[in-house]
Design a protein around this ligand. Structure first.
Ligand SMILES: Nc1ncnc2c1ncn2[C@@H]1O[C@H](COP(=O)(O)OP(=O)(O)OP(=O)(O)O)[C@@H](O)[C@H]1O
Ligand SMILES: [Mg+2]
Length: 301
């Protein structure tokens, strides 16, 4: 009944976000199968890539490294199998928050002030330059793993050490505290903006996946004009990194109402707490229809 042929849903994997991916992927799989699509689970932690031979299309529901970072996309390019989401370059760039920022700055898009940290950094200087509170994060991790908020002078070193456990590339970023938002991207369209109001201090792992008291507002409360402007810019931000198919662009607002792009996700979450499904619902696309649309948009570089 579908012309998608044999579809592999990649989920699980070996990244730090394996649990989230298991959750995303099992729902995606059920939604595809529920529409009569010949979809099968494929956990790369358990099977060699070569076993993808014979599949006509791949739905990537892996998060983090490897999976969201261009490596898996490269394998699929070599095998000639169309896959969902952005290609090799955009996936690799999107995984690296530092280099995403460099691209956005070059394109004139607003980003929070930041500094790269090493074990030899003068942590006091960085605290001074960026101001407090500031955020420290591994540049190539996800799901808020290793992210901390530094509120007191002298705490930056500990936050650095925590982030450095997850990645050799660590960055500190000026805290932007007027609100957190996200824009889902589907094909050529930026979906309605969602405002995220965590009950925790920031949108950490717990708030993302475990708690049920994070508030998601859609409509997000911005003026229609501001929302339209930011959606357009988010689409541009997605395209600047070479995005294709679908993704998510996150931004923060400061207390004066200025927005700053935070990061791009090239394999967004598809769990029951996830944001793109929520935004899609706001334009009348339910979960199965969204999954189908993402699969339709599959391609190669
Ligand atoms: N500069 C900042 N100002 C205010 N809050 C921030 C800042 N950087 C990060 N945060 C908070 O920390 C959370 C996690 O940071 P970030 O989005 O950069 O990484 P991540 O969520 O781990 O990555 P991914 O979304 O790819 O999974 C954000 O959702 C936000 O709540
Ligand atoms: Mg994030």
């Amino acid at each position: 009944m579908s012309d998608f042929g044999k579809v592999a849903v990649l989920f699980g994997g070996t990244s730090a976000e394996r649990e989230v991916s298991l959750n995303s992927g099992s729902r995606v799989l059920a939604a595809l199968q529920g529409q009569g699509i010949d979809a099968q689970a494929f956990d790369p932690a358990e099977r060699p890539w070569a076993e993808l031979k014979g599949y006509d299309r791949v739905f990537i529901a892996l998060h983090g490294r490897p999976g969201e970072d261009g490596t898996v996309q490269g394998v699929l390019e070599l095998m000639g199998i169309p896959y969902t989401g952005p290609g090799v370059l955009a996936s690799a760039l999107g995984m690296d928050k530092f280099r995403t920022k460099l691209m956005w700055q070059a394109a004139g898009l607003p980003v929070p002030a930041y500094a790269l940290l090493t074990a030899d950094s003068d942590f006091g200087d960085v605290e001074e330059a960026l101001g407090l509170p500031l955020f420290v994060k591994p540049a190539r991790e996800g799901s808020s793993i290793g992210v901390s908020k530094v509120c007191a002078r002298g705490d930056l070193r500990t936050a650095y050490l925590e982030a450095a456990r997850h990645d050799s590339l660590v960055m500190a970023e000026q805290g932007v505290l007027g609100g957190e938002y996200t824009v889902g991207i589907l094909g050529d369209e930026a979906l309605p903006i969602i405002k995220i109001e965590p009950a925790t201090d920031f949108y950490d792992y717990e708030a993302k996946y475990l708690r049920n008291d994070t508030r998601y507002l859609c409509p997000c409360g911005l003026s229609a004009e501001k929302e339209a402007q930011i959606r357009q810019q988010a689409l541009e931000a997605f395209r600047v990194v070479g995005g294709r198919g679908w993704g998510r662009v996150d931004f923060l607002m400061d207390e004066a109402g200025r927005h700053y792009f935070l990061e791009v996700n090239t394999s967004p979450g598809m769990t029951d707490h996830s944001l793109v499904p929520m935004a899609a619902r706001a334009v009348g696309l339910d979960y199965p229809a969204l999954v189908r649309r993402v699969l339709e948009l599959a391609g190669n570089d």
